[in-house]
Design a protein around this ligand. Structure first.
Ligand SMILES: C[S@@+](CC[C@H](N)C(=O)[O-])C[C@H]1O[C@@H](n2cnc3c(N)ncnc32)[C@H](O)[C@@H]1O
Length: 214
């Protein structure tokens, strides 16, 4: 059993842990975390692949590089790279290309999944975890994310993975839910700036799609 000690205790930790366990990821794996942001997932991957592995933390925002460097200070196997996902080029083919909450923000999700597919070795894995924002609910009302170009891209993930030439191995959706003070309420308030008060919350389901390179 792989232990995900580095996994940030965020409300979406379960789908990430489930996906990584399903891959059988372990020491020595080469990975890329595309759209790495602050590096939470990169650090989690680094803990699993160990010193003999490598994690490329790729993000188009140069500030993310500093954040990842801080978050992964204890993990020399994490290399932060400033690069657009659409231009993804790594020094080597990797065992796993991963993204979470990235494709909703990019102009062309199909292009990015294709670039991720091109970054893995034959038999390697592509894992994408993306939301269906409008399926989230606050007091029964749909959530929205007007500034993202593809807020519901999670609903398209199985097709995006298949159309990138990958074999779709598994796909599922999970949505954290809650009411009153707690991590789900705090997450929503941070994301939207709206205090959910005592209204029931269903956060946007996160669709996970696991593809395998032929
Ligand atoms: C919502 S954050 C997700 C961070 C992280 N993946 C997570 O799940 O915690 C989205 C990240 O994607 C990055 N991003 C957006 N468009 C990108 C692109 N075209 N290429 C690479 N990174 C991009 C942003 O800079 C941001 O850091």
């Amino acid at each position: 059993m792989v232990s995900f000690r580095g996994l940030r205790d965020d409300v979406y930790r379960r789908p990430l842990a489930t996906a990584l366990e399903r891959l059988g990821i372990g020491a020595g794996w080469r990975c890329v975390d595309v759209g790495a942001g602050g590096g939470d997932v990169s650090v989690a991957l680094a803990e699993v692949v160990g010193q003999t592995g490598r994690v490329y933390a790729v993000d188009s925002d140069p500030f993310a590089r500093d954040e990842v460097a801080r978050a992964a200070a204890a993990h020399s196997q994490v290399l932060a790279i400033t690069q657009a996902a659409e231009d993804l080029i790594l020094p080597e083919l990797v065992d796993l290309a991963f993204c979470r909450f990235l494709l909703l923000h990019v102009k062309d999700p199909a292009l990015v999944v294709a670039r991720m597919a091109g970054a893995v070795r034959p038999g390697g894995w592509v894992v994408a975890q993306e939301p269906i924002t409008s399926a989230g609910r606050l007091g029964g009302r749909p959530l929205s994310m007007a500034d993202a170009p593809h807020p519901d891209v999670g609903a398209l993930l199985p097709a995006l993975v298949r159309d990138a030439g990958l074999r779709l191995v598994d796909a599922w959706a999970e949505a954290p839910a809650g009411i009153g003070p707690g991590p789900v309420s705090t997450y929503l308030a941070t994301l939207t700036g709206v205090d959910p008060g005592d209204e029931p919350i269903v956060l946007p389901p996160l669709v996970t799609a696991i593809g395998r390179a032929r």
